[in-house]
Design a protein around this ligand. Structure first.
Ligand SMILES: [Zn+2]
Length: 69
């Protein structure tokens, strides 16, 4: 799997790398983090990605959209 924004590979890391607090499981994170901040959550059992990687801009837009509905 590769980052859709910068085409680098992605790594399976602890979510605390991004969220700065423990207890959120695992993430697939772009290897260019923090230059590129694209990531996606991983399913706790299979560790499979929960979707495609999203960077912070997309996450912010998605949050704004969900508030409108
Ligand atoms: Zn990237």
């Amino acid at each position: 799997m590769n980052c859709p924004y910068c085409v680098r590979s992605v790594s399976d890391v602890d979510a605390s790398v991004v969220y700065r607090v423990p207890g959120y499981g695992r993430l697939w994170l772009c290897d260019r983090y923090p230059v590129c901040d694209a990531y996606v959550g991983a399913h706790p059992q299979s560790n499979a990605p929960k979707g495609t990687l999203a960077n912070r801009q997309l996450v912010t837009l998605a949050t704004k959209c969900s508030r409108l509905f």
